[in-house]
Design a protein around this ligand. Structure first.
Ligand SMILES: Cc1cc2nc3c(=O)[nH]c(=O)nc-3n(C[C@H](O)[C@H](O)[C@H](O)COP(=O)(O)OP(=O)(O)OC[C@H]3O[C@@H](n4cnc5c(N)ncnc54)[C@H](O)[C@@H]3O)c2cc1C
Length: 378
C-alpha cells in the first residue's frame, strides 16, 4: 500500500479548465509546449495532409486545419459555422479520404494538481497532452492509479471518448470530470463522471455522437486518484510478467514498466508499422449463443459478464478464420496479434475498408458473430 501527500505550495485555483492550464508559476513549461507543437503548423491552413496525424498513416486532406493550443480559440464564431472534426493523436482513426471541413487539432497543454481531500488527489490535464507522458508524470509526482494504462497512444482529451482500457483498468474508474466547449451554445460546460455512462470501450460521448460531427470539444480532464494505492495486477499476463521479474510486491513503477514491456513485445509501434491497436471490439453474445459456439469450438475463449452476456476474444475468432498474417494488398491482420490491422505501406482508407469487410465476412460465416470496428471513420 502506498499513500503520498502532494508537494506543498502547488495549489492553483480550481478553474475547471475554463482558462488555459498553467503550472504553479503561472506558465506552461517550454519543453511541454515544444513537444506538443512539434511538427504542427501554427496558423489555420487549407488542404492539409493528415497522413502524419493518424497512426494508420492513411492519406486524406483537410479542407481547413487549425491547431488549438488554448480553450479560448474554440470560441471564435467562425468555427461554429463550419463542418468540423476534432482530432487528437489520430490513433483511433481511419481516414477514408479527404475531409471537406475544418479539422481542429487539439494541442492544449498543461497538467496540475487541482485539489486534494482526505482520500484522493485531483489532477487536471489539458486535452492535448500525450496520454502516456501524462501517466508517467503522475507516477513521478507520487500519484499512482493510472499505471495500468501506460503506453496507450493518443491524447488525454480522447481518453474518455472510448473509455480507454487495458490490463484490468478502464479510465472511467479514475475519471472525475471534464470541461468541454459546446459549439452550438457557444459555452464551456462541465461533465461529471455520473453523466458519462462509461462502458466497455464506450461512453456518452460515443453514444450521443460527439465524435461524429465535432459538436463538442473536450478541453481538459480531471482525474481522481485515491491516496491509498493497491496494485491492480490481477490480469494474468501482467502477474506472469511480474513473477518472471521476481517481483512479489510491485510498486506503481514496477507495474508501469511490466506493462510497457508486454505492450512493446506484443503490439507493433505505429511509427514503424502503422496501426490503430485493436481494430475490432471483443464481441458480446448471449449465453445461449456462447454455449452453442462452445459445443462446436471447445477451445473458444469466453468471459462471462455481470449482465449475463459472454464476451468473446475477437483476436481468437479472427485467427481461427485464417486471418492472422493474411493480407489483401497493403492491409492485413498483424502476424503476431490477429486483432491488430496494419498498413504495410501505401494503403488508402478504401484498402482498410476492404480488408475489414473481408475479415468481418469470414468471422460471420464461421461463427455467426458480428465484429464491430473500434476506430472512428472520417
Ligand atoms: C498501438 C496502439 C495501441 C492501442 N491500445 C489501446 C488500448 O490498450 N486500449 C484502448 O482503449 N485503446 C487503445 N488504442 C486506441 C487509441 O490509442 C485510443 O482510443 C486513444 O484514446 C485515442 O486517442 P487519440 O488522441 O489518438 O484520438 P483520435 O484518434 O485523434 O480521436 C478519436 C476520437 O476521439 C475524438 N476526440 C479526440 N480528442 C477529442 C477532444 N479533445 N474532444 C472531443 N473529441 C475528441 C475524435 O473526434 C475521434 O472521434 C491503441 C491504439 C494504438 C495505435
Amino acid at each position: 500500500m502506498l499513500s503520498k501527500a502532494p508537494p506543498a505550495g502547488v495549489y492553483p485555483k480550481i478553474g475547471m479548465g475554463l482558462t488555459p492550464l498553467r503550472f504553479a508559476d503561472g506558465k506552461p513549461s517550454q519543453a511541454d509546449n515544444d513537444k506538443i507543437n512539434e511538427n504542427l503548423p501554427m496558423h489555420p491552413r487549407n488542404h492539409v495532409d493528415l497522413s502524419p496525424f493518424n497512426t494508420l498513416a492513411l492519406p486524406g486532406k483537410a479542407a481547413a486545419y487549425q491547431k488549438i493550443t488554448a480553450p479560448e480559440q474554440l470560441a471564435a464564431p467562425d468555427l461554429a459555422k463550419q463542418n468540423r472534426f476534432i482530432l487528437g493523436g489520430g490513433s483511433n482513426l481511419v481516414m477514408t479520404g479527404d475531409f471537406d471541413g475544418l479539422v481542429l487539432h487539439m494541442a492544449i497543454p498543461g497538467k496540475r494538481l487541482v485539489k486534494e481531500d482526505a482520500e484522493a488527489v485531483y489532477i487536471e490535464s489539458g486535452a492535448g497532452e500525450n496520454w502516456h507522458d501524462f501517466v508517467q508524470w503522475t507516477l513521478q509526482q507520487g500519484w499512482p492509479g493510472l499505471e495500468n494504462l501506460s503506453l496507450i497512444p493518443g491524447t488525454v482529451g480522447a481518453a474518455p471518448i472510448q473509455n480507454i482500457g487495458a490490463y484490468g483498468l478502464e479510465v472511467g474508474e479514475c475519471f472525475h470530470s471534464l470541461t468541454a466547449w459546446d459549439f452550438e451554445k457557444q459555452a464551456f460546460f462541465p461533465v461529471d463522471r455520473s453523466d458519462c455512462r462509461f462502458a466497455y470501450r464506450d461512453s456518452i460521448f460515443k453514444q450521443e455522437g460527439w465524435h461524429l460531427n465535432g459538436r463538442m470539444a473536450i478541453t481538459s480532464v480531471i482525474f481522481r486518484l485515491p491516496k491509498i494505492w493497491t496494485p491492480n495486477n490481477r490480469y494474468a499476463e501482467l502477474s506472469n510478467e511480474l513473477a518472471a521479474r521476481d517481483i512479489a510486491a510491485p510498486t506503481p513503477q514496477d507495474i508501469a514498466s511490466a506493462i510497457i514491456a508486454i505492450r512493446q513485445r506484443k503490439l507493433p509501434d505505429p511509427a514503424i508499422i502503422p496501426n490503430t491497436g485493436s481494430f475490432f471490439h471483443n464481441p458480446l453474445v448471449d449465453q445461449a449463443q456462447a454455449d452453442a459456439l462452445l459445443a462446436k469450438f471447445p477451445a473458444l475463449p469466453r468471459y462471462p459478464q455481470p449482465d449475463g452476456r459472454v464476451k468473446l476474444a475477437a483476436g481468437w475468432l479472427i485467427e481461427q478464420a485464417g486471418w492472422k498474417g493474411k493480407y489483401l494488398g497493403p492491409v492485413g491482420m498483424y502476424e503476431k496479434q490477429a486483432l491488430v490491422l496494419i498498413n504495410r505501406g501505401g494503403a488508402t482508407g478504401a484498402d482498410v475498408q476492404r480488408t475489414m469487410a473481408a475479415v468481418q465476412a469470414d468471422v460471420k460465416a464461421k461463427f455467426a458473430v458480428d465484429l464491430t470496428p473500434e476506430p472512428i471513420f472520417l
